[in-house]
Write a protein of this length. Structure first.
Length: 76
């Protein structure tokens, strides 16, 4: 249910990171949200957290096995 993408291929975890809501990010991770799904810009949630400087979310994602070598084609 949480891993269903919207029109921009964003899942709930992408949106939580965009909104800078670490608490929601952690809840979604606890519920089994996939950490390696890419959005329309080829970004995984870690890229979004890094872009906005959310170190706490980055740490939570890394602890859940996010692919650290993921390459983003376009980050704005």
């Amino acid at each position: 249910m949480f891993n269903i993408p919207d029109a921009e291929k964003k899942i709930a975890l992408h949106n939580a990171d965009i909104l800078d809501t670490v608490e929601i990010t952690k809840i979604l991770l606890d519920k089994g949200m996939s950490v390696d799904l890419i959005n329309a810009e080829n970004s995984v949630p870690l890229h979004i957290s890094a872009l906005i400087g959310n170190l706490e979310a980055m740490e939570a994602l890394c602890k859940r096995g996010v692919p650290l070598m993921s390459v983003s084609v376009s980050l704005r």
